[in-house]
Design a protein around this ligand. Structure first.
Ligand code: NAD
Length: 309
């Protein structure tokens, strides 16, 4: 199968690199010219613990003429999704499956406006990665990736991608319940991200402090309540267990969650696709979710005053 990564930043480069090393035909597409030029000139540099390797992987900052793909792995930040789909629409053909492993609910909110639901795959991953600069990424934690069809059930396309990811070293499982997978990750991210971004504590510090756990539990409870109104079985105990595990030292608890990294680097965060999306739904239901609203308001101020897009 032919695979494109659309948005080859931290995660897109990591996933693209593993696929490339497993000998899949993969192209990295990204609108960031310096990054693409560096990969074209000197290769993609992958830093892992104390070693580094350079991969001669194909990269482009505009659609390569006549090239369409079986899978387009969408890994821009959520807020960049529409622009990326517009700029790279030529790489998506009538049989292409678009796969979102983005955090938040871009995959279920935005993609169906552009791609037929049957050709949308969504997923979540506990893998992580950091961008070091143009052409260079640092591999972070591993774990598990869940894939699902947005329209539910199984299909050869999702089974094939599961096999490809596993062959490339990503432990991957197909889940029948896309909504539960996405909403539980949403609850996880909507709590750990703004709490660490606002306190400037890393995951381990925030998630092992009794007040940190209490605050995250309040946020998770509110997200789950909105999910339940939509008929989605968001399991708060499961999310809290995942948070506790992510904050243990063995799980790279010194890792800085992406929203904290964004705030520290003065970049715009994904707050709109996380707590912002939950608040919009809560408003529709006339529900009050004060913890989410307060954190949203504080991060949004940072975004608007300091955040670069
Ligand atoms: P990133 O900012 O490092 O990468 C995004 C890339 O998209 C950038 O290289 C950017 O240049 C590119 N881009 C922006 N606009 C574009 C456009 N119009 N066309 C083409 N390319 C465009 O972000 P990231 O950390 O890799 O995160 C990507 C997604 O994965 C997010 O939704 C994030 O929440 C999720 N995620 C990240 C991690 C992680 O550890 N980094 C882990 C799990 C999930």
């Amino acid at each position: 199968p032919r695979i494109a990564v659309l948005g080859a930043g931290a995660m897109g480069s990591r996933i693209g690199a593993h696929l490339f090393e497993a000998r899949y035909a993969v192209v990295l597409y990204d609108s960031w010219k310096d990054h693409v030029a560096e990969i074209q000139r000197n290769g993609l540099r992958i830093v892992h613990e104390h070693s580094a390797r350079t991969l001669r992987i194909k990269a482009a900052n505009r659609p390569l003429p006549g090239e369409v793909y079986d899978y387009v792995l969408l890994l821009t930040k959520s807020g960049q999704t529409e622009e990326a789909l517009a700029g790279f629409r030529d790489i998506i053909g009538p049989d292409t499956h678009v796969v979102s492993l983005q955090n938040g609910i871009a995959g279920i909110e935005i993609l169906p406006r552009y791609i037929p639901k049957e050709r949308i795959l969504v997923g979540v991953t506990t893998y992580s990665s950091d961008l070091l600069g143009p052409g260079a990424v640092q591999i972070g934690g591993s774990g598990i990736t869940y894939l699902s069809r947005l329209s539910g059930g199984s299909s050869p396309a999702v089974d094939t991608l599961e096999a490809i990811f596993n062959a490339a070293g990503f432990q991957t499982v197909v889940s029948e319940d896309a909504m539960q997978v996405i909403w539980e990750k949403l609850a996880f991210n909507a709590s750990i991200n703004p709490v660490t971004a606002l306190t400037r504590l890393n995951a381990g510090e925030a998630g092992t402090h009794p007040l940190g756990i209490e605050l995250m539990s309040s946020i998770v409870g509110e997200v789950a309540a909105v999910g339940h109104r939509l008929g989605i079985n968001v399991r708060t105990d499961e999310v809290m267990n995942q948070l506790r595990r992510a904050c243990e030292p063995e799980a790279c608890s010194d890792h800085l969650p992406s929203m904290l990294q964004d705030v520290l680097k003065g970049r715009k965060t994904e707050i709109e696709a996380l707590n912002g999306a939950v608040i919009r739904l809560a408003d529709d239901f006339g529900m009050d979710i004060p913890y989410n609203r307060a954190l949203y308001q504080m991060v949004k101020m940072l975004d608007e005053i300091k955040g670069l897009s």
